[in-house]
Design a protein around this ligand. Structure first.
Ligand SMILES: Cc1ncc(COP(=O)(O)O)c(C=O)c1O
Length: 370
């Protein structure tokens, strides 16, 4: 028997990441990325010459855990586990909480690994679909009905990637209520929480021992290359993350941790700059969307992505391929997010590149739709 036969593979590639891997370095204009403009080490003016290149604390450098905990009212460093991106936190939580006989509910759309991990592991997975007609907000009545006796985990992502939708504090409390009543966990991916247009609800983990907050340095802080993410939760969950991650990566990159510490020490100054850039870029994208006739979207309420679709309907894959190959402009086709009739626009990047990329988008739309 061939263990590499597609049907026998335990882990298959995620179409979203396949698309990135194929095109992200081949284009002139990237208006599909889900993070703020990338920093270089030089721009951040961080000196790493004293960093020891040794193994680190398995659950994160103490100062980094302390700096992160400061952002979560009532939480201490004991409630924080630092991992190799939010991706590893997500893997650890699902691997630990959702056993072979257990059920998990994942809000959809979202960053695909949130549902691909349980799918790969063969877990009983239900998707809580966000609908255009509900402005891509999770329907709590529907969620309540989806819970089974063996449901162990529910995950939500807000601000949502790719739609940019946000949940209210009331909805978050309701979701936590469902978790508490059913003795299960709620994990909220809050990667974009620092970039909402209005004040966001409190981080989920600060509201209940049954709630887990997931986040990352990758998006808001423009440093996905340092591969630092974290989870904030009750201490038994943190201990579980340590057990799982010791079997994958052991600890974080000492360089990544050192850079994250320097960024968080300058958090207020950098965040002000990021918000200014986000709002200025959003205005450009919104004006562009308001002045064309091919696409429609639900206006984002936060984050740095949005999900337009053709007004006339239909899948976007062919169009995105035309855009990337002929116009050297990168967006994410909906098939990579299991929402074929949409594509993801990302507006956190360089402003000139965004303006040029939108011009290319217009030319490609004219060619594709007339
Ligand atoms: C909502 C969301 N969560 C998690 C991740 C994973 O990010 P990382 O592993 O770089 O922290 C991403 C990446 O696109 C994302 O969009």
């Amino acid at each position: 028997m061939n263990p590499f036969e597609a049907s026998r593979l335990v882990f298959k590639r995620m179409p979203l990441e396949d698309w990135f891997d194929r095109y992200q370095f081949e284009v002139d204009y990237d208006i599909g990325e889900s993070g703020m403009k990338f920093f270089s080490l030089g721009e951040l003016d961080i000196n790493l010459s004293d960093v020891e290149l040794r193994y680190g604390y398995h659950i994160g450098q103490p100062e980094l855990r302390r700096l992160l905990a400061e952002q979560y009212e009532g939480m201490s460093a004991e409630n924080v586990a630092v991992t190799t991106g939010a991706s590893e936190s997500n893997f650890c939580i699902i691997a630990h909480l959702v056993g072979t006989e257990d059920h998990i509910i994942v809000e959809h759309p979202t960053y695909p690994s949130l549902y691909e991990v349980p799918r790969s592991l063969g877990r009983d997975l239900s998707l809580l679909r966000l609908e255009w007609d509900e402005h891509f907000k999770p329907n709590m009545m529907k969620l309540r009905e989806m819970v089974k006796p063996n449901t162990r985990l529910i995950t939500l992502t807000h601000p949502n990637n790719p739609t940019g939708s946000q949940i209210s504090e009331e909805v978050l409390h309701e979701a936590i209520g469902i978790a508490e009543e059913n003795d299960l966990y709620l994990m909220v991916d809050e990667t974009y929480r620092d970039l909402t247009f209005e004040d966001p609800p409190p981080p989920a983990a600060t509201l209940s021992k049954k709630a887990i907050s997931l986040s990352s340095m990758s998006k808001v802080w423009g440093v996905p290359g340092i591969r630092i993410g974290w989870v904030v939760a009750d201490t038994p969950i943190i201990e579980a993350v340590r057990a799982v991650r010791e079997q994958i990566t052991i600890c974080n990159s000492s360089l990544g941790e050192a850079i994250a510490i320097e960024i968080l020490k300058r958090k207020d100054e950098l965040l002000k700059r990021m918000r200014k850039q986000q709002l200025a870029n959003y205005k450009i994208v919104k004006d562009w969307m308001d002045n064309q006739d091919w696409l429609e979207w639900r206006e984002p309420e936060g984050g740095i992505t949005g999900a337009p679709r053709f007004k006339k309907g239909g899948p976007t894959r062919e169009f995105c391929e035309l855009l990337v190959k002929k116009y050297k402009t990168f967006v994410v086709p909906g098939y990579g997010l299991e929402m074929d009739d949409y594509f993801r626009l990302g507006y956190g990047g360089d402003q000139e590149e965004l303006i040029e990329g939108l011009e290319m988008l217009k030319r490609a739309l004219k060619e594709h739709l007339g």
